[in-house]
Design a protein around this ligand. Structure first.
Ligand code: ADP
Length: 365
């Protein structure tokens, strides 16, 4: 029987459990044995109890659960070759030659590197007598398939990542709560949302809540944003002001725009003198149950990931499962990771037109 392992890695996101459930059940349906690796790459490096076979009923009820029930971690050892040697040995002794990983671009980069090194790792394990030539004989190739789990929607090549719509929903819900109190007291609120290099959450939340101002990394506001902010409010005499700031927001010179800076501006006694509060949404954005879209996306993509494992040949480049214009697709992982890094580089180089053009269509507003 073919043995497949499923793992979650990097930052958690709602919908990861749906992906695990889909992989476990589709794998079993296709006649495979499915193993789960606990605690991301840490579990792969440690082996033993961290790698466990799953049966059909064990993932019952997992579809709606937030976070990941098999744990995730950041693992320093996997960045180094000795850690990856241990991971390779643990897969071989468990008879596993296919790995489906749900994580961000870091996790998926690590996975592709692992696959590329695989023959060399096994050779070294035999040379150092950790494994015998007979043991490695059936494991010539390692199949890797990526699923993108991220609340930031920061991966190029896919319209949505598993978790981003749950986080967006959570942000909108929180802004709704804030709006009522803001309006009652005529207050201004500066709300910081997640997204280091990616303004998708901030931008979409701005549209969905009708916020007054949005600050995102890909497109800093024109130099006169302060005047703009002050004059608009004077003209229309609003009762509430909602500003949404992505945690990676900065001005055109690359200086960070912090919620405190915006608060100081709005609260300035010589200016608008607005009673201004800051709310950092923080980890509530990651938590809670997965929304309907993430349940559906993780299920369809988990099913596709198992199919991609079974179709793979040694020549197939490592795929990841995407969604493009509502179709579940398989795409080359390496290109998507490179494109994702390009956006971050363009932002750093202050080439904002390029950063925007590399993002998906919703950004072209
Ligand atoms: P994310 O997957 O959410 O982007 P990280 O970048 O922290 O999160 O990656 C998660 C884990 O993946 C790391 O702790 C590390 O174990 C592994 N990893 C990330 N990048 C690499 C890499 N270039 N080489 C090997 N392992 C990596």
């Amino acid at each position: 029987k073919r043995r497949i392992a499923m793992m979650t890695s990097g930052g958690d996101s709602p919908g990861m459990n749906g992906a695990i459930r889909a992989v476990v059940r589709m794998g079993i349906e296709k006649g495979c044995e499915v193993y789960c690796v606990y605690e991301g790459y840490e579990g792969l490096v440690q082996g033993h109890n961290f790698i466990r076979k799953f049966e059909w009923p064990e993932v019952r009820g997992w579809l709606s659960e937030g976070g990941t029930l098999i744990g995730t971690a950041r693992c320093m050892a996997f960045y180094e070759r000795p850690g990856r040697l241990k991971a390779a040995k643990n897969l071989v002794i468990n008879g596993i030659d296919a790995l489906i990983i749900c994580g961000g671009d870091g996790s998926l980069t690590g996975a592709d590197k692992f696959r590329a090194e695989w023959p060399g790792l096994l050779k070294e394990l035999v040379e150092t007598k950790e494994l015998t030539a007979e043991q490695i004989e059936p494991f010539k190739h390692l199949n890797i398939v990526g699923l993108v789990g991220s609340i930031d929607n920061d991966m190029s090549g896919t319209d949505a990542t598993i978790g981003c719509f749950s986080a967006l929903g959570r942000i909108c819900e929180m802004v709704d709560y804030i709006e009522a109190t803001a309006s009652s007291h005529s207050r201004a609120f500066v709300i910081e949302v997640m997204g280091r290099h990616c303004g998708w959450l901030a931008l979409m939340a701005g549209v969905a809540t009708g916020a007054d101002f949005v600050f995102i990394p890909e497109k800093p506001r024109a130099e006169n944003w302060k005047e703009e902010m002050l004059s608009i409010h004077r003209k229309i005499g609003k009762r509430k002001t909602i500003v949404i700031v992505a945690e990676g927001a900065h001005d055109q010179e690359g200086n960070k725009i912090s919620p405190e800076m915006i608060k100081d501006l709005l609260a300035n006694k010589q200016g608008l003198a607005l009673d201004t509060r800051i709310t950092t949404l923080g980890h509530v954005q990651r938590g809670g149950s997965a929304c309907a879209y993430d349940r559906y996306l993780s299920t369809l993509q988990g099913v596709e990931a198992v199919k991609a494992v079974l179709d793979a040949t040694p020549e197939t480049p490592t795929p990841f499962i995407a969604i493009n214009e509502n179709k579940i697709t398989r795409k080359p992982l390496v290109q998507a990771v490179l494109d994702t890094k390009e956006v971050a580089k363009a932002i750093e180089a202050r080439d904002f037109d390029k950063a925007m053009s590399l993002r998906d269509t919703e950004f072209h507003m």
